[in-house]
Design a protein around this ligand. Structure first.
Ligand code: SAH
Length: 241
């Protein structure tokens, strides 16, 4: 019997379609976003001295365009923050990468983020394999970030709450990232840092000059503070919304 050539071709086509369906970006829009993302990492992040391999790999992998409002997807990879509703923003890509690198990210690192927002920073940490806890003061943002992270396959614990008080029942943490500007370094957050741990937090006048501060807790518990760079974040709020 002759081999049915036609069926053979159909089988190959199905096989290829199946492989693409298994996550290889058949969609040209997704492919364009991927190109923009790789360019973002080269031009905005690696070119500005973020060198940590795990951070760069995660920034190349996490689909930032899925964390911004649908109308803004075309500008998701620009060198700027973007609004995400409720007067809040997703941070500039460089700042997300910088803060990630500063904590020395690695698989299994237990990290608390204050200010979930879109969930993007949490996704970058989860992509690296960190054990992520994240708190958000707007219930609507906490809910949408939780759903978004789940839909994209990222595991992070998302809580609606006031991050000034940290997450005492899950403490201590190896690292704490605060992604909204505080008037001072919250003692509760320093308490919830494990000896040897790092806290990164923007501190300063919430509508003016702010600095990103690194707080390091020594193995004996002594605390050392260092100014990293001037930044501009939305303010850390009080009172659940
Ligand atoms: N990390 C976010 C961006 C953060 S913008 C991202 O990747 O998209 C700062 C976020 O902090 C906002 O969503 C804001 O609602 C939240 N926030 C402000 N004050 C807070 C507080 N006291 N506790 C928890 N979240 C707070």
């Amino acid at each position: 019997m002759r081999y049915p050539r036609h069926d053979f071709r159909v089988a190959i086509a199905l096989l290829v379609a199946g492989r693409l369906g298994a996550g290889q970006e058949p969609d040209p829009t997704e492919a364009r976003h991927r190109v923009a993302r790789l360019r973002m990492v080269e031009e905005q992040i690696a070119a500005r001295d973020v060198a940590d391999t795990a951070t760069l790999r995660a920034m190349r992998a996490v689909p930032r365009h899925r964390f911004v409002p649908a109308d803004d997807r075309g500008i998701a990879y620009g060198d700027h923050p973007l609004p995400i509703g409720f007067g809040q923003t997703i941070s500039q890509p460089y700042i997300v990468a910088y803060m990630t690198e500063v904590i020395g990210p690695r698989r299994g690192l237990k990290v608390l983020e204050v200010g979930t927002g879109s969930g993007y920073q949490a996704a970058v940490l989860a992509e690296i394999g960190c054990d992520v806890y994240t708190i958000e003061i707007f219930e609507a943002l906490a809910t949408s970030a939780r759903e978004r992270l789940r839909a994209l396959g990222y595991f992070a614990r998302v809580r609606h709450g006031d991050g000034h008080f940290g997450w005492p029942d899950a403490a201590p943490f190896d690292a704490i990232l605060v992604t909204a500007a505080a008037g001072h370094v919250s003692p509760a957050l320093v308490d919830q840092l494990r000896p040897g741990g790092r806290l990164v937090i923007p501190v300063g006048n919430v509508y003016g000059a702010q600095n990103l501060i690194l707080v390091e807790k020594g193995s004996g518990g002594a605390v050392r503070t260092r100014v990293l760079l001037p930044v501009r974040f939305v303010p850390l709020l009080s009172g659940l919304r």
